[in-house]
Design a binder for this molecule. Structure first.
Ligand code: HEM
Length: 484
């Protein structure tokens, strides 16, 4: 017998008389359609899934706070960064990229590092990765790139041939491929990796002056990685290893933390820097633009409910707050469209009303209706603008900073085509043991590639980064660099 408090009810709130036996015509008779509780239960179950994210489907999330430790008001008027000591609640979702919702955590893949700051001037989403660069630098290549990372349309298997075919024909990927194939390609846990905004963004201060900015989250736990054989074993034994580790650490009071740093570039430097600073396949030298400490992020609370918080969380690189704006990075520009579009499809037009996505600041606008509108829909308040009756109006002091554009409209790439120097610099920074492991991983990953033509093309890129790099991969594959 249930007490009044824990009385089982239908979705319309009426008490359920029997939740174990469906209503049948006699004890062996067919089931009656009038058992509406049964119908509702089965029908709702059929609708439990929302589409998984087209990329970054497998993830783990946590709540926490961000606290400012250094004054950055000369660079940005962002309210959450306005004072040393100021704390802002945040939510983070970590993810792998290519695998499906149930895939293993300890695979070689970049990790998503998506942070939502619930600031008093709206939600600011920083949707980054654990790597400072990306494989491509123009949004138009993203769907093709991701097709090569996902399953083959006929076999439904992962396809190394497509992966290396695409990379070898997209040499801008070399820097990120080198990071991915290095020890950092498989983090020990989600706590033991850095995070990056990766793109260049614009910060604008209270005087309306702009700078270019890149974000770096440095783990206080230290960087630790998994050896490939250990990672493979864990993937079999416990595919949710990273998810479990994060949850348990927080549950046990061992709160992971990251320090946030930025690199700041004066806007005029962008015209003269030795490569295009908006190209997301490049890092800015820290000698040119040293790290400036901003604050500290601490994760101290697990989600109460995975679906409500982690699965339904929607992060958009276009969710800016006053003081943070876009840069002309061609990848970022495409992302400004892609995410909110994905959210409307995956979660629904009113996704921003869900508790995990709802800003702590008041949302006041003239958007109304739509599926699953759940917040009172603006009641009887003003629903159009301009009007003669009042209601919310724009604040002109929050217009984005004006900026100059010039040039002829055309489908053109970045001017700079050196895809090799930074990948080579990274190779040369590695110890002999790290180089040996890098080459070993690449050789293992490239062995299944069907065509020597693809392997040789890729070896050519490694060679241009550093002749030793190319030679060692070629040797491992039983090929010669002179063949390419
Ligand atoms: C997730 C598109 C590049 C980091 C997603 C999603 C889409 C997408 C559609 C799923 C969103 C959702 O269903 O909620 C794109 C496109 C890109 C691009 C079109 C290039 C033009 C990048 C880059 C980064 C990145 C460069 C990192 C620097 C992430 C992360 C997530 C994600 C972290 C998961 C967010 C979450 O946890 O919900 N991306 N992406 N993406 N992307 Fe991208």
């Amino acid at each position: 017998m249930s007490t009044e408090k824990n009385k089982l009810t239908t979705s319309w709130g009426a008490p359920v008389g029997d939740n174990q036996n469906s209503m049948t015509a006699g004890s062996r008779g067919p089931t009656l359609i009038q058992d509406v509780h049964l119908l509702e239960k089965l029908a709702h179950f059929n609708r439990e899934r929302v589409p998984e994210r087209v990329v970054h489907a497998k993830g783990a999330g946590a709540h926490g706070y961000f606290q400012v430790t250094h004054d950055v008001t000369p660079y940005t008027k962002a309210s959450f960064l306005s004072e040393v000591g100021k704390r802002t609640p945040m939510f983070i979702r970590f993810s792998t990229v290519a695998g499906e919702l149930g895939s293993a955590d300890t695979v070689r893949d970049p990790r998503g590092f998506a942070v939502k700051f619930y600031t008093e001037e709206g939600n600011y989403d920083l949707v980054g990765n654990n790597t400072p660069v990306f494989f491509i630098r123009d949004a138009i290549k993203f769907p093709d790139f991701i097709h090569t990372q996902k399953r083959h349309p006929q076999t439904h298997l992962k396809n190394p041939n497509a992966v290396w075919d695409f990379w070898s024909l997209s040499p801008e990927s070399l820097h990120q491929v080198t990071i991915l194939m290095s020890d950092r390609g498989i983090p020990a846990t989600l706590r033991h990796m850095h995070g990056f905004g990766s793109h260049t963004f614009k910060w604008v201060n209270a005087e309306g002056q702009s700078v270019w900015v890149k974000y770096h989250f440095k783990t206080e736990q230290g960087v630790q990685n998994l050896a490939p054989d250990v990672a493979a074993q864990i993937a079999g034994d416990n595919p949710d290893y990273h998810t479990e580790d994060l949850f348990n650490a927080i549950a046990n009071g061992d709160f992971p933390a990251w320090k946030l740093y930025v690199q700041i570039m004066p806007t005029e430097d962008a015209d003269t820097y030795r490569f295009d600073p908006f190209d997301v396949t490049k890092v800015w030298s820290q000698k040119d633009y040293p790290l400036i400490e901003v604050g500290r992020m601490v994760l101290d609370r697990n989600p109460d409910n995975y679906f409500a918080e982690v699965e339904q969380a929607t992060f958009s690189p276009g969710s800016f707050v006053p003081g943070v704006e876009a840069s002309p990075d061609k990848m970022l520009q495409g992302r400004l469209f892609a995410y909110s579009d994905a959210h409307r499809y995956r979660v629904g037009a009113n996704h921003s009303q869900l508790p995990i996505n709802r800003p702590t600041s008041e949302v006041l606008n003239h958007q109304r209706d739509g599926q699953m509108r759940a917040d009172g829909n603006g009641g009887a308040s003003m629903y159009y603008e301009p009007n003669s009756y009042g209601g919310p109006t724009e604040s002109t002091d929050h217009k984005p900073a004006p900026f100059q554009v010039s040039g002829q409209a055309d489908s053109v790439g970045y001017d700079h085509h050196d895809h090799y120097t930074q990948a080579g610099d990274l190779y040369r920074l590695l110890s002999e043991e790290e180089r040996a492991r890098l080459v070993d991983t690449i050789v293992g990953a490239m062995k299944p590639v069907e065509k020597d033509e693809i392997k040789l093309r890729q070896i050519g890129h490694f060679y241009k980064a550093d002749p030793e790099y190319g030679q060692r991969v070629a040797e491992g594959l039983g090929l010669s660099v002179t063949q390419q």
